[in-house]
Design a protein around this ligand. Structure first.
Ligand code: ZN
Length: 132
């Protein structure tokens, strides 16, 4: 069998002002999880995150956060979601991978510092994250 795959160097770039908004939102939501939609654009495996949307009807507790995808308008600028893990590790949970949305999932771990944010793909593999 022959597989033809194009190999992209995947990278996520996150604007510093967006990072600051994410971190303060997660701090505000603590000890519950916070969840936000990432807006931006993607080109050949490179995702640029330029803004945030608070998902309508979002819900959260200490170990879960989500929103009904059916209420979302169809919008090509939605590139993924970010949510927080108040209890430590930024590794994606099985539930996170089941609820994967878009191209990239950012997870922020407590205490929500500049170095506490990580990018993942739908397989739970790490993607390089650059703050710009
Ligand atoms: Zn999670």
């Amino acid at each position: 069998m022959l597989f033809k795959t194009e190999k992209f160097e995947r990278q996520v770039s996150l604007q510093k002002k967006v990072l600051d908004s994410i971190l303060s939102y997660c701090q505000m939501k603590h000890p519950n999880e916070g969840i936000l939609i990432l807006k931006g654009k993607s080109k050949r495996g490179h995702v640029l995150i330029e803004g945030l949307v608070i998902p309508p009807f979002n819900y959260s507790g200490p170990s879960y956060a989500g929103f009904p995808h059916s209420f979302l308008p169809f919008d090509m600028s939605y590139v993924g979601i970010v949510h927080s893990h108040p209890s430590g590790s930024a590794n994606p949970s099985v539930t996170d991978l089941h609820n994967f949305f878009g191209l990239v999932s950012l997870i922020v771990q407590s205490p929500y510092g500049d170095d506490d944010i990580f990018a993942w793909d739908s397989n739970g593999d790490s993607i390089k994250l650059a703050i710009i």
